[in-house]
Every structure is written in C-alpha cells, then in structure tokens.
Design a protein around this ligand. Structure first.
Ligand code: NAI
Length: 333
C-alpha cells in the first residue's frame, strides 16, 4: 500500500525500513509535520502515517479526503490529536498502536522521579565543572512515601508495580479498578483524596475533554506542600500557567515533565540555534526543580520495534480488507 509517512525522525526511519522488508509497503518519508498546508503531499496515497504532533483536525482531514487517503495509521497510543468525529464523517478508518511498551513509559516516569529526587541532573553538571560539594543535593527515601498514580491502565499499572517494588504506599485514581494492583496493596481513592495524601503524583490518563487541565489551580491547592508532580501522559493534563504559579510560590516542590501543553512544533526538533519564543516553556526551564524531557518516554528499542511492526500490520489488515484489530473504538482488548 502507498503510505505517506509524516513527521519522520532519524530514530524511527531505519526501524520502519527494516520492518517493512516483511510487509513490502511503498513508503514515502516526509520530514514535515502533517498540517492543513502539508496534507496535499499525501494526494493519491491511500494511507497517511502520523505521529503525536501531527495535526489531524477537520480541515487537514478534508484535504486528505480530497486526495483519496482512506486510512489514518497512527504510530502512537494517544489519539487526542485526531478529530475522530470528522474522520468518521469523511469515511476514514483510523488505527493506532494501543500498546507498544508500557514499560518504556513507566520506567521513564520513574527515571524522572529518581533524577529529581536525587538531583542527578544538577550533580551531573556540578562534577563536570570540578565541583564535588554535596550542598543542595539532599534527596529523600522513596521507601514508605505515598505516591498517587492517576490512571491505572497499561502504563499506570506498570508504574504502580514499580513503585510497590520501591516500598512506596501507592494510592490510585481511575474510573476502573484493577484487582491485581489491589492485591499488591494499591488503594483506590477519590481524586481529591489522592491529591491531598500524595508525596508524589504521576499522571497516566489519556487527554480527553474530561481530563484536560485535571491538574489546575484547584487541584494544586489540594496537594501537599513540596509535592512532586510527574507527567508522561499529555501536556494539557496540567494547566501550565497554574503549575508555574505554584512553582513560583514554592508549593510544588518538583516537576518532571515529558510532555508540555504547547509542545507541538517544538518537541522532537533542534531549536538550539534559535530564540525560544514560548515564554511559558522558557520560564519552566529556569526552575532548578523542574526536569523536562522532549516527549521521549516511549523511546526504547523495544517500543520502536513494536510500533513499526504493529503500524505496518495495521496497514496490511486494511489493505487485505480483514478486520482492523486496532481500529480506534473497535479494538479487541
Ligand atoms: P490506557 O488506556 O491503558 O489507560 C488509561 C487509563 O486511564 C484507563 O485505566 C482509564 O480507565 C483511565 N481513565 C481515562 N479517563 C479517565 C478519567 N476521566 N478519570 C479516571 N480515569 C480515567 O492507556 P495507557 O496505554 O496506559 O496510556 C496512557 C496515556 O499515556 C496515553 O493516553 C498517552 O496519552 C500517554 N502516553 C505517553 C507516552 C510518552 O511517550 N510520553 C507514550 C505512550 C502513551
């Protein structure tokens, strides 16, 4: 099948090319992100393969529809960047990779916790400059601390298990309770109780209209002074403006962010020679107790191989007119 592959990155292209030796699809790799302006590149491609910061809004979908694209194959788990109602109305099928490595994301969330707590990011710079002082690097034991896991699906449940292994008391909030986690001692609570009790809070719910700005001024006011906030979910789960205010007032003690509300067009690119135009992001980068990574929680060898395999398989299913195992809304679980 002819695939227009948008927002291509060096870390994924060779893996897709190798995996495609089995599938033999005809892939054109475009570096540009998918937008209303670039969508005409996909004219006469039956399939568009899109990543997390490609924009699949109504206008872009209309251009794709005119160009005879029929399948949107997301090489991501999250699908908040697709206007699903418009996609359905225009007759698109939309598939994704629901699970490629929950371990990759949960382990990165854990890396953010450990780095922030033990100040590894600061220690690294310090010793390289010959400064072997320990002042300002005091952390805390994770053992016996209360950690709130918001969303205990695929990723959140792995996260909860890792935290149990560290000796943490894990409290969780989800609309669905996971019995296996409960047997490990994880306690489900209301959102407000979790916010009030937790020393560390880690976000693992998808971004939906209900979860947008789940962590806002009100929620932050309920948290313990000095709380550590970890977000590997989606940027807009947190109201960045409220977070900055809380960091400035020294209420939030640490923030580990792999995702950012306005990351589209910034994350995954090299802006090191340019002037950063996003003042909120620039402010976040000034805090010594904020650790930002550029949406890399998924980035392990195993995850990339699974993403390539499942994406190409999803496209073959469409081409062969068989059931689509990973069609959004119709997945076999
Ligand atoms: P999942 O669908 O397995 O789990 C999500 C959980 O959230 C479910 O248990 C669901 O019941 C719960 N939930 C959803 N809405 C809720 C609400 N309003 N209130 C309470 N609970 C709610 O998803 P998975 O695979 O664990 O991924 C979670 C999110 O992580 C994805 O949606 C994606 O946005 C993000 N992600 C981030 C990556 C990164 O590289 N930073 C990579 C992969 C995913």
């Amino acid at each position: 099948m002819k695939i227009a592959f948008f927002d291509t990155h060096g870390f994924e292209k060779p893996i897709f090319q190798k995996e495609n030796e089995k599938f033999q699809h005809e892939i054109s790799f475009f570096e540009t992100r998918l937008t209303e302006q670039t969508a005409n590149l996909a004219a006469n491609y039956s399939c568009v393969c899109a990543f997390v910061n490609d924009g699949l809004d109504k206008k872009t979908l209309q251009v794709l529809s005119t160009g005879k694209t029929r399948l949107i194959a997301l090489r991501s788990a999250g699908f908040n960047h697709v206007d699903l109602a418009s996609a359905r109305a225009l007759g698109f099928r939309v598939v994704r990779v629901p699970e490629y490595s929950p371990y990759a994301v949960a382990e990165h969330a854990m890396a953010l916790i450990l780095s922030l707590n033990r100040k590894i990011h600061r220690a690294y710079n310090r010793v390289r400059e010959g400064n072997f002082s320990l002042d300002g690097l005091v952390g805390f034991d994770l053992n016996k601390k209360t950690v709130g896991v918001i969303g205990t699906g695929r990723i959140g449940s792995v996260m909860a298990k890792i935290l149990v292994g560290f000796g943490c008391h894990v409290v969780a909030y989800d609309s669905v309770q996971n019995l296996t986690l409960q047997k490990l001692g994880v306690q489900y609570t209301s959102l407000d109780e979790l916010l009030q009790k937790s020393d560390i809070i880690s976000l693992h719910v998808p971004l939906t209209p209900k979860t947008r700005h789940l962590i806002d001024e009100r929620a932050l006011a309920l948290t313990k002074p000095g709380v550590m906030l970890i977000n590997t979910g989606r940027g807009a789960l947190i109201d960045t403006h409220a977070l900055i205010a809380s960091l400035k007032s020294e209420h939030v003690g640490y923030a580990g962010l792999d995702v950012y509300e306005e990351e589209e067009g910034l994350f995954f690119e090299d802006f090191s020679e340019k002037i950063l135009q996003d003042d909120q992001l620039a402010r976040l980068l000034t805090f010594p107790n904020v650790l930002l990574t550029s949406h890399q929680a998924f980035l392990t060898k195993e995850a990339l191989e699974n993403i390539a395999q499942v994406t190409l398989q999803n496209i073959s299913e469409f081409e062969n007119k068989t059931d689509l195992s990973n069609e959004i809304g119709l997945e076999r679980t």
